[in-house]
Design a protein around this ligand. Structure first.
Ligand SMILES: CC(C)(COP(=O)(O)OP(=O)(O)OC[C@H]1O[C@@H](n2cnc3c(N)ncnc32)[C@H](O)[C@@H]1OP(=O)(O)O)[C@@H](O)C(=O)NCCC(=O)NCCS
Length: 187
């Protein structure tokens, strides 16, 4: 539960063009996206699912429902979709969730395997960072397997500080403290 009420984390719908010309729609997730989310998660490789959840399990339908039926005061999930075969296909999602304080949020991101390494992760995470910052979040954190070179490179590129998790040798924590960034940018 949040300690006190906070402005919602919001982002307007947007379009992004990949280097090869493919156009991706980026928008906040909605409850009606459950079927898209189920299809997306089922289509992930074991490796991508493992990198995201740090576990071999398949998320339950109840969990996927929670991922799509979000509380806008606590959470924003930006979903990336493309048109394929005349219908919408989800190709990625990045989310941030306030846990106890309006000023701190936890981020997570996963893309369809055929969309990794094409710049979409950078676009989604940038959008999430801007939205969180505009809503008064001051610190974003994330956790990843220490062997997950892609997310560590992405985090480093967008200004996250990386540190070994003291509780687990295999986990790295990523922290983006906006106050630190402001003073670093001013130097
Ligand atoms: C992690 C993930 C979101 C990154 O998104 P992405 O779209 O593949 O990353 P981008 O193409 O935007 O690349 C971002 C930076 O990381 C680098 N990078 C991407 N993949 C990399 C890899 N496998 N190894 C090393 N660096 C990599 C890129 O070179 C780029 O840096 P640059 O712009 O300086 O060249 C995506 O790979 C993914 O969904 N992985 C599976 C799930 C996961 O690991 N989630 C994170 C745990 S919450």
């Amino acid at each position: 539960m949040l300690e006190r009420s906070a402005p919602p984390i919001q982002a307007p719908p947007a379009a992004w063009r990949a280097a090869d010309g493919d156009v991706v729609s980026i928008r906040p997730i909605r409850a009606a996206d459950l079927a898209l989310e189920v299809e997306f998660v089922k289509g992930l490789s074991f490796h991508s699912r493992y990198q995201r959840l740090m576990s071999t399990r398949m998320p339950s339908l109840e969990e996927l429902r929670r991922f799509t039926h979000i509380d806008p005061e606590r959470e924003l999930a930006l979903v990336a979709t493309v048109r394929a075969g005349g219908r919408e296909r989800q190709v990625g999602v990045a989310r941030c969730v306030r846990e106890t304080s309006p000023e701190r949020a936890e981020v997570a991101i996963v893309l369809a395997d055929d969309w990794q390494g094409r710049g979409l992760g950078t676009r989604l995470l940038r959008g999430l960072i801007a939205a969180a910052r505009d809503a008064g979040v001051r610190c974003l954190t994330g956790t990843a397997l220490s062997t997950n070179d892609a997310v560590l490179a992405l985090g480093r590129k967008l200004g996250f500080r990386l540190a070994a998790d003291p509780r687990s040798a295999t986990v790295t924590t990523l922290t983006l403290d906006f106050a630190e960034r402001v003073s670093a940018d001013a130097e």
